[in-house]
Write a protein that binds this ligand. Structure first.
Ligand SMILES: *Cc1c(COP(=O)(O)O)cnc(C)c1O
Length: 485
């Protein structure tokens, strides 16, 4: 492949008056309709002019520069990047919802409403909740929605003093951000050395000003929180509600239900756990479930089943408001429903145990070379704190970069914030033993190379189009337009 030619931007391939299409002549005569003068373009649109073959090659080769679960192992902890069966993608056009208009009368869209209602019912069963709304567009959006439900609940009881939300220091960054968006003050609770929530610290912060406690279980260190019943009792005794961050529900599917543990409100990321690929920024969905008694506060519009078995859309008076114009990201629901139906309850119940087995296999195979700060059986993911051999100066960033030369995506790095050199690995349930072994072999080689010749690892990667971009500059001043170059 001619790397030089194919690494160009499409604008650099452009030649004036070259074209890759042939449209029929425009022969509808003159139109008397024209745009107001001030809306007319002052100069011509600067589109690349390129022949058809070059355009096809440009985009095909650009896509080959990408890395995804379809090209290689992607052990990204927390933001689960897992196998998303193509079958579920294929169901989307077949479901026939694309031509529907959101304002069509309910009796003309019974099939679409059935997809919504069936999925919401299954999620309620999976989460042990009474009712789900599918409307939120993402995990963080779900957190915001759940917290607004909690706020509406307290307000409905005249309990206006509850202005705080308690969040563990190990929480995903969206938790405190969503609580702030919902207008709450954030109180941080510490983690113990074993990665679990410090229950005593938590209890000392509970009082009549706390609206909710947000927890992730298994937590972001991949450790199952064993004190949930005790926490749940204390939270409810203080009059607060318990929120479950179920972005990564895969280790729990069919094994344990947040509702049975005492959680009142939860969200699920369909784009992590239920078969929607993510990583490009969407579309996703963050459905929110609530226990009995909180249903009426869920956002509008609501899909419900009438006495005659047909479905309708309603606006509930007690709802805290809306989070989406209509019923959310519909195509994502189709994939989630197809995933649940193809796996069935037996298949779903295998997801967690297999994800747990795979994670523990990698953890045990590497813990002699990588520092394991919490040496306890993990769930679907676990965290190393860099290499055991700290004398080399090789960092987690160096290890992550070195992995790229071997065709593996890097794990999540520098999260959770519990450790300085966090390397968070999540293999997911669908990887073969051979893939896990190949990853382990490479991780061992990197650790050994780091001890013998640290510079080899510090200077990696050697095979990628770019190696060491200025990451701060890229985040603070990204160049996103050709004209900015
Ligand atoms: C991904 C994730 C979120 C946020 O989900 P988004 O869809 O990215 O907003 C929240 N909590 C945890 C634990 C996550 O992994």
């Amino acid at each position: 492949m001619n790397k030089k030619l194919y690494s160009k931007l499409v604008f650099e391939l452009s030649h004036a008056n070259r074209s890759g299409h042939g449209l029929p002549d425009y022969n509808y005569g003159e139109s008397d309709w024209s745009l107001p003068e001030n809306l007319n373009r002052k100069s011509s649109l600067n589109l690349p002019e390129i022949d058809e073959s070059s355009a096809v090659r440009h985009y095909t080769n650009s896509s080959n520069n990408n890395f995804g679960v379809d090209t290689g192992f992607y052990p990204l902890g927390s933001c689960t990047m897992k196998y998303n069966p193509k079958l579920n993608e294929a169901m989307v056009p077949r479901a026939g919802v694309a031509p529907l208009h959101p304002m069509q009368p309910a009796d003309s869209v019974q099939g679409a409403l059935r997809i919504y209602h069936t999925l919401a019912t299954y999620l309620a069963e999976i989460g042990g909740m009474s009712e789900f709304t599918l409307n939120p567009f993402a995990g963080a959006h779900g957190e915001y929605t759940g917290l607004m439900v909690i706020k509406a609940y307290h307000q409905s009881r005249g309990d206006e003093a509850r202005t705080k939300v308690i969040v563990p220091d190990s929480a995903h960054g969206t938790n405190p951000a969503s609580a702030a968006m919902a207008g709450f003050e954030i109180i941080e609770v510490k983690s113990l050395p074993d990665g679990t929530v410090d229950v005593e610290d938590l209890k000392s912060k509970l009082d009549f000003t706390v609206a909710a406690v947000m927890l992730t279980n298994p937590n972001t260190a991949g450790i199952f929180e064993r004190s949930i019943p005790e926490i749940s009792d204390a939270v409810h005794e203080a009059g607060a509600l318990l929120y479950y961050d179920g972005a990564n529900l895969n280790p729990m599917l069919g094994v344990a239900r947040p509702g049975d543990m005492g959680f009142d409100v939860m969200h699920i990321n369909l784009h992590k756990t239920f078969s929607t690929p993510h990583g490009g920024g969407g579309p996703g969905a963050g459905p929110v479930g609530v226990r009995k008694g909180l249903e009426r506060f869920l956002p509008n519009p609501r899909v419900y089943e009438k006495a005659d078995g047909s479905l309708d859309i309603e606006m509930e008076e007690d709802a805290f408001g809306r989070v989406s114009a209509w019923l959310g990201n519909f195509t994502v629901y189709i994939k989630a429903l197809a995933y649940i139906l193809t796996l069935g309850s037996d298949g779903l119940a295998q997801v967690g145990p297999l994800a747990t087995l795979n994670a523990n296999y990698i953890m045990q195979s590497l813990k002699d070379l990588y520092l394991l700060p919490i040496d306890r059986p993990c769930k679907h993911e676990f965290v190393f704190d860099g290499l055991c051999d700290k004398s080399t100066g090789v960092t987690t960033l160096n290890i992550a970069k070195a992995l790229l030369d071997y065709g593996f995506h890097a794990p999540t790095i520098y999260f959770p914030l519990l450790f300085h050199e966090s390397l968070m690995i999540e293999p997911t349930e669908t990887e073969s033993l051979e893939t896990l072994d190949a990853f382990i072999e490479v991780m061992r080689k990197i650790a050994n190379d780091a001890s013998q010749n640290p510079d080899v690892i510090k200077n990696a990667p050697y095979e990628t189009p770019i190696a060491h971009p200025d990451e701060d500059e890229a985040a603070l001043n990204p160049i996103v337009k050709y004209s900015d170059l």
